[in-house]
Ligand binder design. Structure first.
Ligand code: PMT
Length: 245
C-alpha cells in the first residue's frame, strides 16, 4: 500500500480472543494472540488512518498512536465495536469472538462433587450475538437514505463503513476451506472477507499467515502467503482502500 492512502480515514480494528467466564476463576477462550489485528492497526496508522483498536485480552503491546479499548467478553467486544463503528470508514474484524458462552456464570468457584470426585461436569452453552451481522444491520439501518428511499447508501456513494470479516476455516469432509468460506461470506453480509487457513501450528499465535481475500461482487480470490502478518495486513488494507473507492 502507498503511505497516506488512508489519510483522513477512521479505521476500527478488533484483535484478540474473547473470554467467556464460567466462574470467578475460569473461562472459555481461544488461541488468538491478536498479532494479525495488531499488524493491521499498525499498517493502517502507517498509511495515515486514525485507528481505534478494540483489543480482547491482548498481551502484546498496542501500536503507538492507536486509541485502545480493552474488552474481555464477546458482549463487551460487540458493544465497543458498534460504538466505534458509528462514523468510521472501515471496520476490520480480525478478533476471534466466542460463538457460545456458558448459559450461567457461577458466582463462586465450581467445585468437584465431594461425594463423587470422579464425576464429570456438563456445561450448557448458549449462542453469542454475531458481531459482523450486527455491524451490517447497524450500517444498513442508520446509513443516509438514498433518493430511492433505500437506507444505507448516500446518493451515488457507497454506504460506510466498509466491513471486513475474517473466516477462520479448516477443510473437512463437508467441503474445502474456500467452499466453507464462500458460504460464510454469503451469510455475514460483509464487503471483504479474509479467509484464514487455521489449524495446529497455523495462523493462531504465529508470525506468518496464509489468507485468501474475497470481495463482494466478484468471484476472484487473491491469495497471500505464507507471508508475515505485516504483509497480510497491507493486502487487507489494499482491499479496504479499493472498496472505499
Ligand atoms: O490473533 P492471531 O494469533 O494473530 O490469529 C489471527 C486469527 C486467526 C485469530 C485471525 O486472523 C482470524 O482468523 N480471526 C477471525 C477468527 C474467527 O472468529 O473466525 P470465525 O470464522 O469464527 O468468524 C468469522 C468472522 O465473524 C470473524 O470476522 C469474526 O470476528 C466474526 N465473528 C465471529 C463470532 C461472533 N460471535 N461474532 C463475529 O462477529
Amino acid at each position: 500500500g502507498s503511505p497516506g492512502d488512508l489519510a483522513g480515514r477512521h479505521v476500527v480494528v478488533s484483535a484478540g480472543g474473547t473470554r467467556e467466564p464460567l466462574d470467578p476463576v475460569r473461562y472459555l477462550g481461544n488461541h488468538s494472540s491478536g498479532k494479525q489485528g495488531l499488524a493491521i492497526a499498525r499498517a493502517a496508522l502507517r498509511r495515515g488512518a486514525d485507528v481505534t483498536l478494540v483489543a480482547a485480552n491482548v498481551t502484546l503491546e498496542a501500536p503507538a498512536g492507536a486509541r485502545v479499548v480493552e474488552v474481555m467478553t464477546t458482549a463487551e467486544l460487540q458493544e465497543a465495536v458498534l460504538t466505534a463503528a458509528a462514523g468510521a470508514d472501515a471496520v476490520v474484524m480480525a478478533a476471534a469472538p466466542a460463538d457460545f458462552r456458558p448459559a450461567t456464570v457461577s458466582g463462586s468457584k465450581i467445585k468437584k462433587d465431594a461425594a463423587d470426585p470422579d464425576a464429570g461436569l456438563t456445561v450448557e452453552l448458549v449462542p453469542n450475538p454475531d458481531i459482523v451481522r450486527s455491524l451490517v444491520a447497524q450500517r444498513d439501518t442508520h446509513g443516509a437514505p438514498t433518493s430511492s428511499g433505500r437506507a444505507g447508501e448516500d446518493a451515488g456513494r457507497r454506504a460506510l463503513p466498509v466491513i471486513v470479516s475474517f473466516a477462520a476455516e479448516t477443510g473437512d469432509a463437508q467441503g474445502s476451506v474456500l467452499e466453507h468460506a464462500r458460504a460464510k461470506f454469503a451469510r455475514k453480509g460483509s464487503d471483504v472477507q479474509v479467509v484464514n487457513e487455521v489449524g495446529i501450528g497455523k495462523a493462531f499465535g504465529q508470525d506468518e499467515n496464509t489468507v485468501h481475500l474475497m470481495r463482494r461482487g466478484t468471484d476472484e480470490v487473491l491469495s497471500v502467503g505464507p507471508a508475515s502478518k505485516d504483509v497480510v495486513a497491507d493486502a487487507v488494507l489494499d482491499a479496504v482502500v479499493d472498496a472505499l473507492g
